[in-house]
Design a protein around this ligand. Structure first.
Ligand code: AMP
Length: 420
């Protein structure tokens, strides 16, 4: 087959039904979970002033290498969002809401990353953020919400990796210790990590290169550099998770891809994914970000889950299948008049899912389409039925007989035949 002239850009793809039906169900389930925990939805713009994102920390790859930035016709330097947290903080700073401000979101994010399975340039996230409270119970509530959501999807092999990154005031001491440690062992460090060390020693801990693994294993721990307050908050988070029976693995070298995190940091990892992309979600606290974006000095905490990757994990575990989108009724009309149009509309108004054939196809072709559709019932109207103001109603999935009923009794007859 000849290649089409245009293809979706690298790292992007078309989502088509029934995949889209599954995505919609995924977001609906998340929305339900978030609403029932007191979160309201936010739909921020997909692009922002470039500096909204550079405030996330220019030393992270997401900001320094992966931003889709552009200059618009008004000479503004803008960028497509690589995640939602910065937009949520900017929105809070701009719209000042009562705190704690609890929001959830769903939509695409964009990163100029190397495309591979589970890693795309346009990918979708759902997530939730709370601005305006320091209470570690909120960290626990957010994690619990994600855990309940995974449970509802049927994903049982997601593990929670938990760490604290300490307060902003704990960071310099820890960074010094890390820098000193890696510099003393520079020869053992990969070339890329040596570069990272110059700009962001914390990110060296995130290196997945095998050469770096033994060194990272012995690196200093943030837990030895915590202020009393940060330590107490972490203890409260752990106690809360234990009280809710949420298992976690302490992962003292877990750092997140962006630099703004303070205190609690966590990641959800799917055991069923065997690729390099096993993180299906992550989040944490960001206590200086709102102020950094020109807002009041309010703390924040949140998480985001990748839809693409979570669904890959669902596939690998054989859970959360595509929803059944089979219609209830297939309308077969051969009168050449408006009957097909009218009957389909009447039944749809009555709340049934209905489809039909077009292009004046033969009775045989239309019945074939009806059977192929999987619909449990067909409504048939040919010349005889039209003349007698009746319709034939035929069960398609079992051997019950077709019945001929007055048009006025069509709906009641169909409802009786439909599986409850
Ligand atoms: P992050 O803030 O980078 O931890 O992203 C949160 C979640 O979004 C990750 O755990 C992934 O599930 C998902 N994610 C991040 N980047 C990508 C990407 N390039 N392609 C697909 N999913 C992604």
């Amino acid at each position: 087959m000849a290649r089409p002239s245009f293809q979706a850009a690298p790292g992007t793809r078309d989502l088509i039904s029934p995949t889209t039906d599954r995505w919609r169900a995924f977001v609906a389930l998340f929305a339900e979970e978030a609403s029932s925990s007191g979160f309201g939805q936010i739909v921020p713009p997909m692009f922002e002033d470039m500096s909204v994102f550079t405030r996330l920390g220019e030393a992270s790859d997401v900001v320094s290498k992966e931003l889709y930035d552009f200059v618009d016709k008004g000479d503004r330097h803008l960028a497509l969002r690589p995640e939602f947290t910065a937009s949520v903080c900017r929105a809070f700073a701009e719209n000042r809401q009562l705190t704690p401000w609890k929001v959830w979101y769903a939509g695409p994010a964009f990163r100029y990353d190397k495309p591979q399975k589970g890693r795309y340039r346009q990918f979708e996230q759902v997530g939730a953020e709370v601005i305006g409270s320091n209470d570690p119970d909120l960290d626990v509530e957010l994690i619990a919400m994600a855990a309940r959501f995974y449970e509802r999807l049927g994903l049982t092999d997601v593990t929670l990796q938990l760490n604290t990154l300490g307060d902003a005031s704990d960071r310099p001491g820890y960074l010094d210790a890390l820098r000193a440690y890696f510099e003393a062992n520079l020869d053992a460090l990969s070339e890329q990590s040596r570069v990272t060390l110059q700009t962001n020693p914390l990110r060296v801990l995130d290196s997945k290169r095998p050469q770096d693994a033994p060194l990272i294993e012995g690196a200093p721990l943030i837990t030895d550099h915590l202020s009393d307050e940060a330590e107490a908050a972490f203890e409260r988070v752990k106690a809360g998770l234990m009280a809710l029976n949420i298992e976690f693995t302490l992962t003292p070298r877990l750092v997140r891809g962006l630099d703004y995190y303070t205190r609690t940091a966590f990641e959800f990892v799917a055991g069923s994914l065997d690729s390099a992309q096993t993180a299906v979600g992550g989040g944490g606290r960001y206590d200086g970000l709102v102020a950094n974006l020109g807002g009041p000095d309010e703390p924040g905490v949140g998480f985001a889950l990748g839809i693409d990757r979570t669904l890959l994990a669902c596939d690998a575990s054989g859970v959360f299948p595509e929803p059944d989108t089979t219609v209830d009724v297939w309308v077969v009309a051969t009168t050449g008049g408006l009957d097909g149009l009218e009957i389909a509309d009447e039944l749809r108004r009555a709340g049934l899912a209905v489809d039909r054939s077009f292009d004046h196809r033969s009775m045989k072709a239309q019945m074939k389409a009806a059977n192929r559709s999987g619909a449990p019932v067909a409504v048939i109207i040919g010349a005889d039925e039209a003349a007698a103001a009746t319709v034939s109603v035929r069960p398609l999935l079992d051997d019950r007989d077709q019945v001929v009923v007055p048009r006025a009794e069509m709906l009641a007859t169909i409802k009786e035949l439909l599986p409850s």
